[in-house]
Design a protein around this ligand. Structure first.
Ligand code: ADP
Ligand code: ZN
Length: 752
């Protein structure tokens, strides 16, 4: 009896002590792969609900966290750990930051991407810096009694307010000279009331040009019926909408969303980067007006918060945004669209390293909604998923209004020579385009003037001191720049190694193409669009406006010009060097090349005049180039799938990359050795799991950090994940990794 008592006694006291305090499970915003327990002081207990933001003591610091659960108090009391729990410090907000449903989504992400829940939540929520914007208003008060006598000035302000009913102080200030005293007196006389109200910052231009709804083409109609039928069933249904460039995919999205709104549902539309393609956003706005909220990188924190709240309150029922829009607090998003689903910008390269395309499917499944992945060049993964019927496949095989696909001309540059930038065919086409008052787009996936500078006497090349990469010459600024960090130096004509004066330029960048185009076509209006010319706000819109107004003959650019644009004046597209993406040491190089060529070609001939595309390459027989020039995705898929299957790459397996990064070359290499041992131990006995590496990353050093990759391959996602988790728990406990970052990238896209 006594023994039982002594065991029970502390347990009972602890329970007593905890009685009046709620215990909470908190996800802390920190790189820690677990949650923590805290107690809530009584004064906050009414607000201790799931999703609340809290501040709490953490070691010596005060950190932010979120309540994600309520632990079993008895269990905590039993092992005594409840006694050690600390109180949270504060619950600053009146309302929770997220709902229990969305918390499930966060948990899924944290688990799948092996990322701390707190970091997932932080990524998903808008920045807390964005304060609610408030404005003061004066409103007329209806009264039956005759108004008290007013001075003429008061009378003037009063009648201004009475006529309008309600006026902001801002407007009164601009209308009258220092009206604040008058407003105060009017308010004391009881004829107006002053108030402070929440307002939205003006992120939306108020003018919408309502657009006409075209009659759907036959394939569009078929797609529309198939999708809305599934929507009516109210079950999760993923679609791959594979439509050639200009086939009218966007129109299908618009119609489906219209149906969703009629059914009381909302929509989330993901686009690669809307600040690059203002056209698309405009199409949504001209159809749905201020029901559309936009979430993109060009918004200020305040604007982002405003849009967020408009969505939360249900005022905006359609969100158009870049990858993080998948976290929008939209109630019942019956439709989730991922436009250009193959685009690599859907993958976040920081923790949590999620892919918004895949999260669209997860969220869509949770809400039993429709998910449409749209692309003219579906990713291998999505095309495969369509083939194995995981997705319903819908094809839009022709352009609208019977516009032909552009004619594709492949030029073998081996016959032209390395010196010449434009082949004869390219020159002829550009000339014809200029003469016909049409527009041409020239695409090269490299900024700057030349790829590198080399001394022809001693072979010295100019390298970045922080990165294992050549510096790129930018003629306009007269500097050598690193494209991986901020390093730049003045360009010298003299070799720093042998002091010789024969430093030459090799390779090609957009700046040089621009110079050559201006030389070859002196009367043409030539402009360039890349990260160098687009750094100022609004520069993008300006160039696109010139394109729209027909004020440009030739636009030269990087990837930026390949995406989504719909300008009917463009008839000619030139791909300067198709090799740039093909020669990268990445198993997706061929896929990227096929996608880039197809996408940029898709900008040609979207108006009444047919399009022409010239592809310059030293590799005319490569299947990615052949497939792109024949508009033949099926051929590309067949070739590429063969190769991926043989090497066990996605979509035939799953990958997880563990990347080590450290300032010390030796320590990082030692950590890689240790990782190899842990990895080999862990993988032993795991059937079907393969390890590649660890090996130095193709770009071994970036920003002064040495980088190693270790790639895990396996067919079984669950097993692959638990293998990596096991390994990580051993890595965390080992001193071999001190001073080295261990990054986990699930379904990596960038392996350089
Ligand atoms: P995609 O997204 O497949 O490249 P878009 O949706 O941008 O194609 O459509 C290409 C062009 O055709 C756009 O200018 C669009 O306004 C127009 N369009 C789309 N559907 C129709 C239709 N049914 N009838 C007439 N024009 C259409
Ligand atoms: Zn660098």
């Amino acid at each position: 009896m006594e023994a039982v008592f002594t065991i029970l006694c502390p347990f009972v006291t602890i329970l007593k002590r905890m009685e009046n305090k709620i215990m909470v499970e908190v996800a802390v915003v920190a790189p820690l792969d677990r949650t923590f327990y805290y107690t809530v002081p009584e004064e906050f207990s009414s607000r201790a609900i799931s999703g609340m933001k809290v501040t709490l003591p953490f070691g010596k610091r005060t950190v932010t966290g979120y309540i994600v659960g309520f632990p079993d108090a008895q269990a905590l009391a039993k092992d005594g750990s409840a006694l050690k729990l600390k109180d949270i410090k504060d619950i600053p907000d009146p309302e929770p930051a997220f709902t229990p449903e969305i918390l499930e989504f966060y948990r899924w992400i944290a688990d799948y991407y092996i990322s701390p829940l707190g970091e997932v939540i932080k990524t998903a929520l808008p920045p807390s810096k964005g304060k609610v914007k408030k404005e003061r208003f004066a409103a007329f008060i209806q009264s039956t009694e005759p108004p008290l006598p007013m001075t003429p000035k008061e009378e003037k302000v009063f009648s201004f307010i009475r006529e309008r009913g309600r006026v902001s102080f801002k407007e009164l200030n601009s209308e009258f000279n220092r009206p604040s005293d008058i407003i105060k007196r009017l308010s004391q006389k009881g004829v107006i009331a002053a108030s402070e109200e929440e307002v939205s910052r003006n992120s939306i231009e108020t003018e919408f040009r309502p657009s006409r709804r075209p009659d759907l083409t036959e394939p569009q109609m078929a797609a529309f019926s198939m999708i809305t039928e599934a929507m009516n069933e109210g079950k999760f249904s993923p679609f791959l909408l594979h439509g050639v460039t200009g086939s009218g995919k966007t129109e299908v999205y618009l119609r489906v969303i219209e149906e969703a709104l009629n059914m009381g549902k909302g929509a989330i539309v993901l686009v690669p980067e809307i600040s690059l393609t203002p056209q698309l956003l405009n199409r949504f706005r001209s159809r749905f007006g201020d029901k559309v909220a936009a979430l993109h990188s060009a918004l200020s924190d305040g604007e982002r918060c405003d849009e967020w709240r408009r969505i939360k309150r249900g005022e905006a029922r359609i969100v158009v945004g870049a990858r993080s829009a998948i976290f929008a607090p939209m109630k019942d998003p019956g439709v989730i669209v991922v436009d250009e689903e193959h685009d690599s910008s859907y993958k976040q390269e920081d923790v949590p390293r999620y892919n918004a395309r895949d999260l669209a499917l997860v969220r869509g499944k949770a809400v039993k909604g429709i998910v449409i992945l749209g692309s003219a060049t579906p990713s291998m993964e999505s095309y495969y998923n369509a083939k194995i019927s995981k997705f319903k496949y819908i094809s839009l095989p022709v352009r609208v209004e019977e516009r032909p696909m552009p004619q594709m001309i492949v030029v073998d540059m081996k016959d032209v020579g390395k010196k010449q930038i434009f082949s004869r065919q390219m020159t002829d086409c550009l000339e014809e385009s200029i003469k016909g008052k049409n527009q041409a787009l020239l695409f090269l996936n490299r900024r700057g003037f030349s790829t590198f500078m080399i001394c022809s006497d001693c072979g010295y090349t100019f390298k970045c001191p922080n990165c294992s990469i050549s510096l790129i010459y930018h003629q306009g600024e007269g500097v050598l720049k690193c494209h991986y960090c901020d390093y730049s130096q003045k360009a010298f004509p003299i070799c720093p190694s042998c002091k010789g004066g024969t430093v030459g330029l090799l390779g090609l960048g957009t700046e040089k193409v621009e110079e050559e185009a201006k030389k070859a076509f002196p009367d043409a209006n030539v402009a360039r669009m890349d990260r160098d010319t687009m750094s100022r706000k609004g520069s993008h819109e300006r160039i696109l406006k010139r394109l729209e107004d027909g004020d440009l003959d030739i636009l030269i650019g990087t990837q930026m010009v390949t995406k989504g644009h719909d300008y009917p004046g463009i008839t000619t597209v030139g791909v300067i060097s198709a090799e740039t993406s093909l020669n990268l040491p990445d198993f997706r190089a061929a896929e990227r090349t096929f996608q880039l060529i197809t996408q940029v070609a898709g900008r040609a001939g979207r108006g009444n005049a047919p399009g022409k595309v010239i592809i310059q390459t030293f590799n005319p027989d490569h299947y990615s180039i052949k497939a792109a020039s024949n508009h033949d995705m099926e051929y590309f898929y067949g070739e590429e799938a063969g190769f991926r299957k043989e090497l066990g790459y996605p979509p035939f397996s799953r990958l997880i990359n563990i990347r080590l990064r450290g300032n010390s070359e030796m320590k990082t290499a030692a950590a890689a050795k240790s990782l190899e041992k842990i990895g080999t131990d862990a993988v032993r006995g795991c059937k079907g799991m393969v390890i590649l590496g660890p090996s130095q990353a193709p770009i071994y050093k970036i920003r002064g950090k040495y980088r190693w990759n270790m790639l895990f391959k396996g067919k079984d996602t669950g097993k692959l994940h638990s293998l990596v988790r096991n390994m990580l728990s051993r890595v965390i406990g080992s001193s071999d990794f001190r001073g080295v970052d261990v990054q986990v990238d699930v379904d990596p896209l960038n392996m350089l």
